[in-house]
Design a binder for this molecule. Sequence first.
Ligand SMILES: [Zn+2]
Length: 275
Amino acid sequence: MKRKTVFRIDNLSYNDIALLLQYNAKISPEYMIEEAKKGKSLFGSAALEEEEFLKVYPQLFSSIKGYRHVPCFTKKELDSAEFLILDYLHNHPDYRHEVEPDYRHLVFDLSNVCKYCGRGDSQIADYRFAVRPNTSRWKLFTAAWNYYMIFADKEFHETVLQPFGIKCRPVLSLKKSKILENVVQLVLPIIEEDMDMRDMNFDDCPECGRRIYSLEPEDFCRKYKSDNLPSMFEGKEFIGHLQGTRSKHIFISQELRQTLIAHKQLWRTRCIPLI
Ligand SMILES: [Zn+2]
């Protein structure tokens, strides 16, 4: 049986929310409705059935209209999974490419990067931010296009993440090479086990042969067999498009998920359970 899917729209304004509520859209998280009334542009999202989505999408006010077609999981599936994929975190807009085109050489070894698919970089030095992240609201976030590199507020790491065994490394300012006082990068182990990707579509890069999986919304990811998995780790498989957006999955334990939800760093539905 195919899994039910919905359209998820991001970056909502108050006007958008008012419009979406007329279409019975599920707005998440709910406290956004209150925040939207203060006139804030939000990073929240709404989930709609296809029929409603097609009607409402052309009418939205947001200047940045992003949407995705995503699978629906029940509360029971989300709450009972031992491990889940982190589906979305707040993204810090780091404009380093405009500021310093050669920036990547300072942080990554690019000698094995494939000219066709762009993969093969490896981090060899501390990450650098052109714009120092403000961590007063979002304590856990990604940056620009590096969706599987996760950053945290330093104090949040010490008090909340370190007890889960999650390690970190310093982060520098781009120009002055100074350690940023408020931010760290999480150092996540990479799981050795291959994920069970049977029935999933993939492409092999014609240049380097690296495989990339294109997960359809109705696909789901299967549990790992390994025991004693760390509370947060990186998967091996690349997911996305050969010459477009791609990432690797970051996995978290249910206990960590609940903790992040309690700290309002993660929304209840922004995870994909391993089934
Ligand atoms: Zn390649």
